[in-house]
Write a protein that binds this ligand. Structure first.
Ligand code: SF4
Length: 254
């Protein structure tokens, strides 16, 4: 069994299946990259890694990128992971642009859950953040993911001061209506304490105060100590801070 430095069992494995991405979010983990590369792992290589990880106690896999749905063989990748005994949960993080066309096949191949990056329901804001107007495709993808039974469908909203920090309640309303889980993500300072961070970071303390007033229960469920709010109107929301700034593309949003 794998354990972390605090003796806790490690049961989750994230696998980045590509560095490519068709968006240009300025807060990206630096994976977003349009260049084709021949260094991506093959589906069978990924399956081998998952098999080894499973033998060490891993039972949950999260596929990430870049944008995983840019891979032509993403359905095969999910299928091969699903064949590994003892893997009981497979999730994927996507920007949602190709989710409508792939959700059904991914679900049939063994995908359980999906996280969709969506930082605004307003077209102008979405384009400002992502650099491309793909909002309609993403919303269709979210609907299709829920329709085919991927559960939960989570929305990842990176909160940016002066850009979308006034849109949390409408995202929450949308999430409740569509039975989604909203995750608010705080921009984190990188080592250079970038101008981007200073300009767009907003702390969550006032947001937490607002949410606590609306919550019937607040808990902390996972190893990252993300707070989960169960709101009285039935909506569900999480807070987390894994988002690194990327000063090199800050002009996309400045
Ligand atoms: S944050 Fe995600 S969707 Fe945005 S550019 Fe990076 S990899 Fe692509």
């Amino acid at each position: 069994m794998l354990v972390d430095n605090y003796g806790r069992p490690v049961t989750n494995l994230r696998i980045s299946v590509t560095k490519r991405c068709n968006l240009a979010c300025p807060f990206c983990h630096r994976e977003g990259d349009n260049r084709q590369t021949d260094s991506e792992m093959t589906p069978s290589e990924i399956q081998s890694i998952v098999s080894i990880a499973a033998s060490l106690g891993i039972d949950k896999i999260k596929l990430t990128g870049g944008e995983p749905l840019l891979r032509d063989d993403i359905v095969e990748i999910v299928h091969l992971i699903h064949t590994v005994p003892s893997i009981k949960d497979i999730g994927i993080t996507t920007n949602g642009i190709h989710l409508q066309e792939l959700a059904k096949s991914l679900k049939s191949s063994g995908l359980n859950r999906v996280n969709v990056s969506l930082s605004s329901l307003r077209r102008e804001t979405y384009v400002t953040i992502c650099g491309v107007d793909a909002l309609d495709s993403v919303l269709l993808g979210i609907s299709e993911a829920a329709r085919v039974g991927l559960k939960p469908v989570k929305l990842n909203m990176v909160v940016l001061k002066g850009i979308n920090d006034d849109q949390i309640l409408e995202m929450l309303e949308f999430s409740k209506k569509e039975d989604l889980v909203l995750q608010l993500i705080e921009v984190e300072a990188d080592r250079s304490d970038s101008e981007y961070y200073r300009t767009f970071h907003t702390g969550f303390s006032s947001i937490e105060t607002m949410l606590e007033a609306k919550a019937r229960k607040v808990d902390v469920r996972d190893m990252q100590h993300r707070r989960r709010f169960h709101l009285r109107d039935g909506a569900k929301l999480r807070l987390s801070v894994p988002c690194i700034t990327q000063s090199s593309v800050q002009t996309a949003i400045a």
